[in-house]
Ligand binder design. Structure first.
Ligand SMILES: CC(C)(COP(=O)(O)OP(=O)(O)OC[C@H]1O[C@@H](n2cnc3c(N)ncnc32)[C@H](O)[C@@H]1OP(=O)(O)O)[C@@H](O)C(=O)NCCC(=O)NCCS
Length: 167
């Protein structure tokens, strides 16, 4: 099978920032300096490829980093080291509903099996209906909420069942 994911390089930065900006309302703002910082903390900072073309990117974080996201910190407080956190994923609109997102999650969830679960957040107010549908269909369930009226996120987790007890 053709390569689906590879690490973001300096040549990808413009494409990654453009993808983030196009859907910034669903994600979070990011400039080049922030991307450099996030790549240092990330477990995975990958572009998504289709036919060799960069058509998306994904960032995930393991526990124990200095990542300053309140959502990541919520998962760390609740689950200790028992989680991986998917910070953001975005695909070019031309490449949605083709199964690419599902293939990316197959890889990201495989990485997180030893931790026991994958956590993430999805906008609830205003709702990101497509993402909520995608994540529910994939087995994610709400485990908390953060925000205030008008700007609320659903914190969602999927149990992966591979956690190794730490005594
Ligand atoms: C969310 C996202 C990564 C999903 O990736 P994708 O490749 O489009 O998803 P898939 O094709 O693997 O979809 C798998 C299933 O999820 C559900 N699904 C996915 N997108 C959906 C949508 N917009 N509306 C309803 N159901 C959806 C469907 O059941 C779909 O299966 P089907 O196409 O056979 O009906 C992609 O839509 C995206 O980049 N969205 C914009 C950015 C974003 O919202 N990121 C998430 C922030 S939390």
């Amino acid at each position: 099978m053709a390569t689906l994911l590879r690490p973001i390089t300096s040549r990808d930065v413009a494409a990654v920032l453009a993808l983030n900006e196009a859907d910034v309302d669903l994600l979070a703002p990011m400039d080049a300096a922030r991307l450099v910082q996030l790549r240092e903390w990330a477990h995975r900072a990958d572009v998504v490829l289709a036919g060799g073309e960069v058509v998306g990117f994904v960032l995930t974080f393991a526990p124990g980093t200095a990542y300053d996201s309140p959502n990541y910190r919520w998962f760390a407080q609740r689950y200790g080291t028992g989680f991986h956190y998917l910070d953001r994923i975005v695909l070019d609109p031309r490449f949605r509903r083709l199964g690419l997102g599902s293939a990316v999650y197959d890889a990201v969830e495989r990485d997180a099996v030893h931790a026991g679960r994958l956590g993430l957040e999805v906008n609830l107010e205003p709702p990101n209906e497509g993402s909520l549908a995608f994540h529910r269909r994939r087995g994610f369930a709400e485990v908390g909420r953060l925000g205030s009226p008008g700007k609320v996120v659903s914190l969602m987790a999927k149990e992966l069942g591979g956690a190794v007890p730490s005594d």
